[in-house]
Design a protein around this ligand. Sequence first.
Ligand SMILES: CC(C)(CO)C(=O)C(=O)O
Length: 372
Amino acid sequence: MRAASPPSANPPSAKTARPGAGPAPACGKQDTEPRGRADVSRYVIIGAGAIGAPVAAQLRSTGVGVVLVARGAHRTAIATDGLRYVRPEGERRIKLPVAGSAAEVDLTVGDVLVLATKTQDTEAVLAEWSWRPVTGGTTAAESLPLISLQNGLDNERVALRRFARTSGAAVQMPSSYLRPGEVVAPGDPVVGAFYLGGYPGGLDPDAEVWATDLRRSGFAVRLVDDLPRWKAGKLINNVVNPVDALYAGHERFDDLAEALQAEARRVVEKAGFDPADLSADPDMRVGLSADLMDRYGGSSTRQSLGKGAGATEADFLNGEIVLLGRLHGVPTPLNAAMQAAVARAARDGVPPGGGDPALPDALLGTTEGTGR
Ligand SMILES: CC(C)(CO)C(=O)C(=O)O
């Protein structure tokens, strides 16, 4: 199923690009017999930002079939000149099959849909892709597996409404998408790490194949049969994103980050999760190359402010904590305040670091903190 050679200068079109057509497997079910490489022919990566583009570039570089779904000027730049892909070992132009929408991709049994958009876009993306035809007369939601590489707790639940085979990953990947056509991935020695599992639990029959493809392509992968624990652990890390976006360098950064995380942990545990520690496994650590430190744009929320995106993912990060707090009777004043602060900042075009400097003291009180 794998093309022998590295990416060519003239990639096949997105409609047809695949290294080979696999046999037609029956629609899989979690925890059935593991399957082989022949059952996976191509990864359709929906979202070409800081997560989707490096995954596409790395898979393609090892000869795995991919299509990258991108929009606007980013799509045009990648289609015209290839993806400008910046890694610690140097910059490359990676030619990738690129599509602008679901209508431009002919789906076939053997395709794997990979969701790499921001969580606030998930419902629209699923509405676009779920009922697309797949060769043999079926549809994407009925016969293809879907893997969410997104933050928060909501994506897999929303996808499972349509996709019987829904998997997800808690992703650690310090990478930046700030300019059309370019992605900087400073992760070192691995590009990123995935705690990958089926939703709500177990493993998809093709999970070993996906893990092998990703490992060969430069990622660390741990297969987990208790995915929600890992997503909950990642969510506790992600509630710091608005602090990174608004208060990098602020003297109370650490105090605010710790207080937000403590509040998030209380809520998540009350909601019944047993959040996993994503920093415990040394094989899953992703460092940052010193050479690319100044080109790393920080958390995805900081990057959204930097691009003037008008919205961030915070409603599904801090907002998820607020939601769980309301459902389970736990007050969440800090996460609610940071959710609102970053939403206002995005709405008003405030740049990274432009948070009201008085807010951290107002939220935490003015007692001596750990500083930063
Ligand atoms: C962990 C990190 C910072 C990068 O994967 C992230 O999840 C984000 O930027 O939202």
